[in-house]
Unconditional design. Sequence first.
Length: 364
Amino acid sequence: MKRIGILTGGGDCPGLNAVIRAVTKAAHQSGYQVLGFQDGYAGLVLNRFMVLTDALVSGILTQGGTILGTSNKANPYRWPVPKRSGTKRARLGDVSKKALAHFKKNRLRGLIVTGGDGTMAIAKKLHDDGVPIVGIPKTIDNDLPGTDITFGFETAVITAADAIDKIHTTAQSHHRVMVVEVMGRYAGWIALYSGAASGGDVILIPEIPYRIEAVCRKIRERARAGKHFTIIVAAEGAKPLGGRWTVQRRVADSTDPIRLGGIASKVAYEVENKTGLEARSIVLGHVQRGGSPTPFDRLLATRFGTAAMRLAESGSFGRMVAYKNNCIESISLEDAAGPIRTVPADHPLLVSARTVGTSFGDLD
Ligand code: F6P
């Protein structure tokens, strides 16, 4: 029987189960058996998988998370290996040959890998080393190159916008400045979209370094106009002009060791000191990665999954499916593993947010 493998890598994201379901159903229609490797690339290195039956994927379209499990640490090229005798330091080594061996042992025609930039960078290497791969872009951060959108982003934006809407009531009632920190790593997509959708007065994104004086000026301006509260939406990757990112912790064995976090409390503290107004910070955190995917994300994930299976069937490996101008296309894994996609200065939403008076903390 023809066989195909699938794994989900990186942080979880609404729509992963919809992809697993789509790939499995499309594969079954074409007479393939589907092996679902567990916990990202760890499943391939350790040969841990489940055979995905129709029963297993039935009813998962609307579920968040991934039935396969995922990992943003498992990397066949940086895998924990035994310490050298006499040393205390943990070592990371290349076990990609094991991954290749398991791929061959299971007689797979190809592997479908769903993930973000870290997962795609590994996919590119594994593909070059002999594992035929098709990629599917996922991430709430929406920062993968070559695709207009990734699934999970819209769901995260709705979650964040809903939270910001709710925070408005406390801001108004207590005449406070509320600083809401959203995810997105080094890209400001979630902050821009959720901030603009919920009428954030100030939006801070990594692409536009802010000046705290400009932020305070906006708050004072609003107070003069009789608006004694301000909502600031800060991307976790936002940074002051000439300053650095706010780093919460380092996860040494992760594909991306830096965990951003803390910008909201930093900005709230500075605003309170400089304006004398009461300020609070709120970190939305992983709630943005949870919950049922929106209908759009379910549909996008389904289109990506079926398109990836079509590519695999036709032997078009080394590609990642992508969404461009409402159509599903594909780009090379090399391009997919390129620099992340950030918010351009002339992005239409950014321009229109400025036009309605939103401050990005940069202009006087
Ligand atoms: O890439 C998705 C993401 O949620 C980022 O927005 C965030 O910076 C990071 O993952 C958090 O990672 P972890 O789940 O390891 O804390």
